[in-house]
Write a protein that binds this ligand. Structure first.
Ligand code: SAH
Length: 255
């Protein structure tokens, strides 16, 4: 094993209380922090610790840079929002290792998990992920629309709850609108849809609507969307309180 160390650390969706103790420890003991600028900006500055901020699109380059730093003997923490294993840096680091220098395979490398956006969003609203679900990223450049369409169609057919990450792709802002149009041909217009924006941050906003009314303009880069299954339903509450949305644990066991 070489001297350096690499930790791929999940920061959770935004609230400091959603950072695990293990993640805090990895951040505190790192000599170097590597990550997307806004994620690094969330963290306490520590004297002597180096920060290497980069653009969000440069994930593979950032991973290689972090591996090089660790190879030179540094204790490196690569940070990701949410969980680093979900549409984030852990896979970029693995990809860099798979295609990179053999010395990188000898490094002390570990992934430190975090709370992912869909868990935080679900917790805010009740239990929409209480039964089987899937997660799909609508990110621009990593797959074609034909694959997204196939997955949406089959996920609808299998009646999964669907969590959509990266709904507002910069290059194709119309994509989320296309997703709603497509899903309306496969699912009931009454299906609950949750727009969970910036969960755990000061500008958090939750909107619950129905598939038939879902407005694509509610989705931006900081929004996670949950689309219910045929079983997902609201529990109304008195006094104008936000209804809970939940998916029962047993399929086909309507109360
Ligand atoms: N690794 C991250 C996901 C990265 S992909 C995680 O586990 O959460 C980026 C997408 O995650 C965003 O486009 C958005 O869909 C979602 N996301 C990240 N943080 C969020 C937050 N605080 N609130 C709502 N959605 C969030």
């Amino acid at each position: 094993m070489r001297a350096g160390r690499l930790r791929v650390v999940g920061l959770g969706p935004g609230a400091p209380e959603w950072i695990t103790t293990e993640a805090s420890e990895a951040l505190a003991t790192a000599t170097d922090l590597v990550g997307y600028g806004p994620y690094l900006a969330r963290l306490t500055e520590r004297p002597g610790q180096h920060r290497h901020a980069s653009d969000n699109r440069q994930e593979l380059e950032r991973a290689r840079f972090a591996l090089e730093l660790a190879t030179s003997g540094r204790n490196v923490a690569v940070v990701s929002g949410g969980d680093p294993g979900i549409f984030a840096m852990a896979a970029a680091v693995m990809e860099a290792i798979e295609t990179g220098e053999s010395a990188w395979r000898e490094l002390d490398i570990a992934v430190v998990p975090g709370i992912t956006a869909m868990q935080a969003a679900a917790a805010r609203i009740g239990a929409p992920l209480g039964h089987d679900f899937c997660a799909i990223s609508l990110s621009d450049n990593l797959k074609d629309w034909s694959i997204i369409e196939k997955r949406l169609r089959l996920a609808s057919e299998a009646d999964f709850v669907i969590a959509l990450y990266n709904p507002a792709s910069k290059a194709r802002p119309e994509r989320i609108g296309d997703v709603f149009v497509f899903l309306r041909t496969h699912k009931s217009a009454a299906t609950p849809v949750i727009f969970a924006r910036a969960v755990g941050r000061a500008d958090e906003r939750l909107t619950v609507t129905k598939l038939g009314d879902a407005d694509p303009l509610l989705a931006d880069m900081a929004t996670l969307i949950i689309i219910g299954s045929s079983e997902t339903r609201p529990i109304e509450r008195p006094g104008g309180a936000q209804p809970f949305i939940y998916t029962p644990r047993g399929y086909g066991a309507r109360a």
